[in-house]
Design a binder for this molecule. Structure first.
Ligand SMILES: [Zn+2]
Length: 200
């Protein structure tokens, strides 16, 4: 989900704002002054990161702005470094619960995760892809010549978890902030009982 769409889905938007510690109201799906105030705070924190690290390509920015600011800081640092090496773009940031459920229903199957079971549902994970001549290179190559080597190196330097270290599934374009369980994140995210900063 890109940033412009996220703001149209009030409940998903409130959950993101609450998890960032910016929204003090209820998760009721109704836009009011508290939602707008928190939204302004979200925009401001992302703007500060843009000013500090520089604006990236549109697709990357559209996805970066959906991430929790704590995750966006590190993912943006990684993207800035990757951009110096090639046409790396962010192709996925936050995926709302609705989006995840739709993805889950797809046949042939593309994911085993329902809404609330993917790290992407909480704005703490992102997928990066290398483009060549405007086309994304999907083939995940392993071994010493893997195109994902710089992603692995940067993720380690920045303290991000890298999906290329996994075997089920091997996911070298995936990075995430921390190794919290999806159950813990799901509970906090949907009830508003804790912010990301409190969980980390
Ligand atoms: Zn991912």
């Amino acid at each position: 989900m890109i940033y412009a769409e996220l703001q149209q889905d009030t409940l998903a938007w409130q959950r993101a704002l609450k998890f960032a510690g910016m929204y003090r109201g209820k998760l009721d799906g109704l836009t009011g002054p508290l939602t707008r105030e928190a939204a302004a705070q979200w925009r401001e924190s992302h703007k500060q990161l843009q000013t500090r690290y520089g604006r990236l390509d549109k697709r990357t920015e559209d996805n970066l702005l959906t991430l929790q600011p704590l995750a966006a800081l590190k993912v943006r640092q990684m993207m800035t470094a990757l951009r110096a090496l090639g046409d790396w773009r962010l192709i996925c940031g936050l995926r709302t619960y609705d989006e995840q459920d739709k993805l889950y229903a797809k046949r042939p199957r593309v994911t085993n995760a329902r809404g609330g079971q993917s790290m992407h549902n909480f704005g703490v994970a992102a997928d990066v892809c290398l483009f060549r001549d405007g086309v994304d290179i999907w083939a995940p190559s392993e071994g010493p010549n893997s195109i994902y080597k710089p992603v692995a190196v940067l993720a380690r330097q920045l303290g991000l978890v890298w999906g290329g270290a996994w075997r089920t599934p091997y996911d070298p374009g995936h990075v995430q902030l921390g190794e919290l369980s999806t159950a813990t994140l799901h509970h906090a995210y949907t009830t508003g009982s804790a912010t990301l900063a409190q969980l980390l």
